[in-house]
Ligand binder design. Structure first.
Ligand code: FAD
Length: 258
């Protein structure tokens, strides 16, 4: 439950508010998660006046402001010299309806991603670097995600640096085409051959299954992720089997070996 609302005009003011222990104070992006009913009481620091919603391309790196909306990212594709991987656009569309995407921010989506989040799964494969304040720490999404509660205490993500020289494929199975996935696989392949496989559809966060100099061994790694991943939606055995099928499909999609 939101008990205090602040809308600072500068990043410094925001950081001062976020440094408080009492009441617990967190950044507010689009509020699609923070506005949900909750037993916890927290103050929010609305980031919308901080000018953190710009997107700039520097060579093969896309610099995305933390408060850029998911829908703005989607609309950038094709309208500028920026070409996002088609699979990332698909994952953003699956993350929520257009109404949600017009509110939800890129940083909020990365921080709140659970295992079923298509956007979080695809982004974990691409593994962007994030800038955190205070301290100007640069940290990869892969490092941040398991430590997000600890690392983001009193802090703010300001920028997301997304590599554009990476191919991405995203495959999933779900009860209906627009439902969240029961199992998903996002595979990113760099021009060097480096391959990252991330599996989603279960648990508190998407899971990195494989990060290697080439794709061989990726399916075996994928098989080992969902050992105890049974719930009301699907058994662990089903998830294990589908993880391999989807990983193979995603690698084959990009002309990689299966
Ligand atoms: C009803 C509903 C439920 C949802 N539940 C889930 C879910 O369980 N799992 C899931 O993956 N997606 C969920 N989503 C999708 C989610 O809304 C999107 O992933 C969205 O991108 C969240 O972004 P936001 O800006 O609205 O987040 P907000 O609600 O503003 O914030 C979400 C979290 O991110 C933090 N945060 C936001 N910006 C920053 C920043 N710049 N720096 C540091 N921390 C920041 C907030 O403090 C908060 O902890 C849900 C959407 C809806 C509408």
């Amino acid at each position: 439950m939101i008990i205090e609302y602040h809308r600072p005009q500068t990043i410094n003011e925001a950081l001062i508010l976020l440094s408080r222990d009492q009441p617990a104070t967190v950044p507010l992006g689009g509020g699609t998660v923070l506005n949900q009913p909750s037993r916890e009481a927290y103050a929010v620091v609305d980031l919308q006046s901080l000018g953190l919603d710009e997107i700039n391309k520097h060579g093969q790196l896309l610099q995305i402001g933390a408060t850029c909306k998911l829908q703005s990212l989607l609309e950038l594709d094709g309208k500028s010299d920026v070409v996002l991987p088609q699979a990332l656009c698909d994952a953003i569309r699956l993350e929520g309806t257009i109404n949600i995407r017009q509110l939800a921010t890129v940083a909020g989506g990365l921080v709140s991603a659970d295992g079923r989040s298509p956007f979080g799964t695809a982004m974990l494969a691409l593994n962007p670097t994030l800038t955190l304040l205070p301290g100007e720490e640069e940290i990869s999404y892969g490092e941040l995600l398991p430590l997000r509660d600890l690392k983001l205490r009193h802090r703010l993500i300001t920028q997301i640096h997304l590599p554009l020289n990476t191919k991405l494929s995203y495959h999933y199975v779900s009860r209906s085409p627009f439902d969240l996935p029961l199992v998903s696989a996002a595979v990113a392949i760099w021009s060097s051959g480096r391959t990252r496989v991330v599996l989603g559809g279960y648990g508190e966060m998407p899971a990195l299954a494989f990060d290697g100099p080439e794709s061989s061994g990726a399916e075996i790694a994928a098989q080992n992720v969902f050992q105890n991943a049974g719930d009301q939606w699907a058994s662990a055995q089903y998830r294990r089997e589908m993880a391999v099928v989807l990983t193979k499909r995603a690698i084959a999609d990009m002309g990689g070996r299966v």
